[in-house]
Each structure stands twice: as C-alpha cells, then as structure tokens.
Design a protein. Structure first.
Ligand code: SF4
Ligand code: SF4
Length: 56
C-alpha cells in the first residue's frame, strides 16, 4: 500500500516537507511518491490544499 498523487496536484511542494520518510519528490508537472518508501501515514493527504494524494 502507498499513497499516489493524482493529476490535481499543483506542485505547491507542501507535502514533501511533511513526509517522515522523504518519499515525495518533484516530478514532471506534479509531485510523485515513491511507493516502495511510503509508509501510508497520510501526512501528505492532510496538508495538500487540493486533496491530490490518495490512498491506493
Ligand atoms: Fe510520505 Fe506518509 Fe504521504 Fe506516504 S502517506 S508519501 S509516508 S507523507
Ligand atoms: Fe501537489 Fe498537494 Fe503535494 Fe502540493 S501538497 S505538491 S498540490 S500533492
């Protein structure tokens, strides 16, 4: 299980600093989560202004 950032992402960067395992990085047009690193804590979803990170 991991969170996935959908296309609603506006690349604000707020989520990256809240991830305890540094699984989030800036991608092409949106931020992306490394599924192998994500521990499903939900921090990114909680801080995102547009609700882009979703539990898969
Ligand atoms: Fe990082 Fe938690 Fe979001 Fe996974 S759910 S990417 S561990 S902040
Ligand atoms: Fe994208 Fe939301 Fe992360 Fe901002 S907080 S970079 S909008 S996923």
């Amino acid at each position: 299980m991991a969170y996935v950032i959908n296309d609603e992402c506006i690349s604000c960067g707020a989520c990256a600093g809240e991830c305890p395992v540094s699984a989030i990085s800036e991608g092409d047009g949106k931020y992306v989560i490394d599924a192998a690193t994500c521990i499903d804590c939900g921090n990114c979803s909680n801080v995102c202004p547009v609700g882009a990170p979703q539990a898969e």
